[in-house]
Design a protein around this ligand. Structure first.
Ligand SMILES: *Cc1c(COP(=O)(O)O)cnc(C)c1O
Length: 376
């Protein structure tokens, strides 16, 4: 059994996919070209924002947003401690200081009360200027952007939505990747919409910021191709990946998002009595980048993981080490960055196989195995 079955997806899409890839090969337009514009328009339309700029990864997308806002040494950027490393790494890459915020134990997303506490503590210490909050849509569930906006507005912070796992999620009728002043996503193969390699995108309604991202992602280009007006990066999406993503987006919107939600609903129905199942608040919709249970403690989790492995059921631990305990961030003062819920989650979470092509018999086999172990 696969954790996320990309081969099953390819089998389902093969005819269309092979043609899309070979068309780009035949055109020889490998870098930029018409496929990129077509893909950017399709993704901006799907999300419901004015601009999408495709780039080389979700990490670069975050970095490009921070460059647009000139985030630099002396700035504080608030980041949830329970996330993938890249959400915080980009802050340090810009020379700014990540300030870690705890998360909510039900949604895994940033805890807005702790966000305000950490902003106040930062202001009181008087060493850093609060600039940005990076809110992550963890495991596919949008963060609570209404509450985040209120706090951000009060302290004059930009909101950067890290939608690397959130693409396809919703709050009411609004889609993920439209909630930030700038929002980003990742097209890493295992994300809700993945390409066949690395890829990412930046989304915004702001014309000026979109133009800056466009410049930064191609060596700080100006209007004249060889007059570069700022120091940028080489972070283009390959045209082949754009063609792949157009096929993937269609399948995602047609049925994959619905199908994965069916899998998640069935899991919750069968497992809510034996483990803490993921909470999706009223009015929110997840795209299920992960389906993550919480069990009693680390020992139970290790036992469950081993028992499932014996039955050829793969699982994963996202994430075993919160940001405030990462070796790379040892240089920060972790005492003032205390995040107890993130610490607890790191010991108790376990993610089950979840994807739109998971058969009902496999779903049942997984649920039966989890229940049998946890009921013991
Ligand atoms: C995957 C991921 C990223 C980075 O995306 P890449 O495309 O791998 O660079 C950033 N943030 C979160 C929350 C992610 O899950």
């Amino acid at each position: 059994m696969q954790f996320r079955d990309l081969k099953a997806q390819y089998s389902a899409l093969k005819g269309e996919m092979d043609k899309a890839i070979l068309d780009v090969v035949a055109s020889s337009a490998f870098v930029m070209g018409p496929k990129i514009k077509e893909m950017e328009t399709a993704f901006a339309d799907y999300v419901g924002v004015k601009h999408c700029v495709a780039c080389n990864s979700g990490t670069d997308a975050l970095l490009l947003a921070l460059k647009v806002w000139n985030v630099k040494a002396g700035d504080a950027v608030f980041v949830p401690s329970f996330t993938f490393f890249a959400s915080a790494e980009v802050v340090a890459m810009q020379g700014a200081t990540p300030v870690f915020v705890d998360v909510d134990k039900d949604t895994f997303n940033i805890n807005v009360n702790d966000l305000e506490d950490k902003i106040r503590q930062t202001l009181k210490a008087g060493k850093l200027t609060p600039r940005v909050v990076i809110a992550v849509d963890l495991f596919g569930l949008p963060a609570d952007f209404e509450a985040i906006r209120q706090v951000a507005g009060k302290y004059g912070l930009y909101v950067l939505e890290d939608g690397a796992q959130g693409f396809g999620g919703r709050i009411g009728n609004r889609k993920a990747c439209s909630f930030g002043d700038i929002s980003t996503t990742s097209f890493f193969p295992a994300k809700p919409v993945g390409c066949y390699g690395d890829g990412g995108a930046v989304f915004t309604d702001n014309d000026e910021w979109a133009a800056l991202v466009d410049s930064y992602h191609i060596h700080g280009k100006g209007s004249d191709r060889y007059d570069n007006v700022r120091i940028g990066m080489n972070s283009r999406l390959d045209s082949i990946q754009a063609a792949i993503l157009l096929v993937k987006l269609k399948a995602f919107a047609d049925h994959e998002l619905t199908d994965i939600n069916k899998v998640a609903a069935r899991y919750t129905e069968k497992l809510e009595e034996v483990a803490k199942t993921p909470v999706v608040p009223e009015g929110f919709c997840s795209s299920w980048a992960q389906y993550t249970l919480q069990v009693e403690n680390k020992t139970v989790r290790a036992g469950l993981q081993a028992a499932l492995k014996d039955l050829d059921i793969p699982t994963a631990i996202y994430y075993p080490i919160p940001m405030h305990r990462q070796t790379a961030f040892n240089y920060l003062d972790i005492n003032s960055n205390h995040c107890p819920v993130s610490d607890q989650l790191a010991d108790t979470v376990i993610s089950l196989p979840v994807h739109p092509y998971l058969s009902e018999s496999d779903q049942d086999r997984i649920c039966d195995a989890v229940s049998a172990f946890l009921k013991r």
